[in-house]
Write a protein that binds this ligand. Sequence first.
Ligand code: GCU
Length: 344
Amino acid sequence: MRTSTPAQSPIYVTPVSSRIKRIILAIWGVLLFSIASQASAATVLRVADTQPADYPTVIALEHMAERIAELTDGELLLKIHPARQLGEEKDTILATIFGAIDINRVSSAPLGTMVPELQILGLPYLFKNEAHFYRVLDGDIGEEILAFMRPHGLVGLGYLTAGARSFYSTRPIRTPADLAGMKVRVQNTDLYLDMVRYLGGNATPMSFGQVYESLVTGVIDAAENNWPSYVATRHFEAARYYTLDRHTMVPEVLMMSLDRWNSLTDSQQAIIKKAAREAELLMRKLWAERVEDVKRTAANARVEVIEPADLQAFADAVMPLYAPFKENPVYADLIARIRRAGEP
Ligand code: GCU
């Protein structure tokens, strides 16, 4: 009988709609589950670097991020914040200790104010050449120095090369005497304040991000850095004399917050170490290429490159910087071993 039809209609409709609902719910369930499981499985690590996105340190970090993602099957992901997005180096160092930043690439100079053993690596004219520098960083001494970071809440993952640092200025510097009366920006550490004072200049500690404007406005007359930084920051446009006195080889440090490190499994820690080592090696290649590249940029911009006739005069002037370190037996031993590593 058709009388049942009206009554059947909702019955008919109801099963269809509930089936659709069940299907939609099932699809949502699968989607939500996969989103939730991805969210709970992946740990995103915040990474800081003061340099711009196309700088070799950041490219090395990107490689590290890819390898970590690959080797952990997406469990650990790195979110890189270049170009001082997370602040100037001295602030990001504190943020890493407090765990607001997980991984940080910094110059060892500002870190050395906290971990003095790192300052040793940045002493002037310590390394004879690049091979000596790598032998020390790749060997026991390099590892020992990184280990001094632990009591400060930081895990040293490795070093990235930063070449040699030299002075650049708005007036030529050919001898230490030319630094007299010059205001020279240094990184925020007493070691380099003293270095410039011993050379006869007026040292001005300042964050990296303030240097360009300070050169342009005449707040400073000079600064010092490696070739890629001199060019990437466009400091060469404001200070067109680059004096290759190569006073220091200050390494960059790759480090991690100790709290975050402790929250990882042994296998995740091993993967991070492995990826950091790969980044270190990649960086050496990227660096060499970048130095050649930026030298061309500087030459096109008519930067005057000065090779000091008497490099020894620069070295002699800054030697008193070693005295306070040599009074401490641990530091004295490290310096002696580093020197020995440079002997043939
Ligand atoms: C280098 C280094 C930076 C550092 C800078 C400085 O460019 O890569 O990390 O901040 O020196 O002079 O402060």
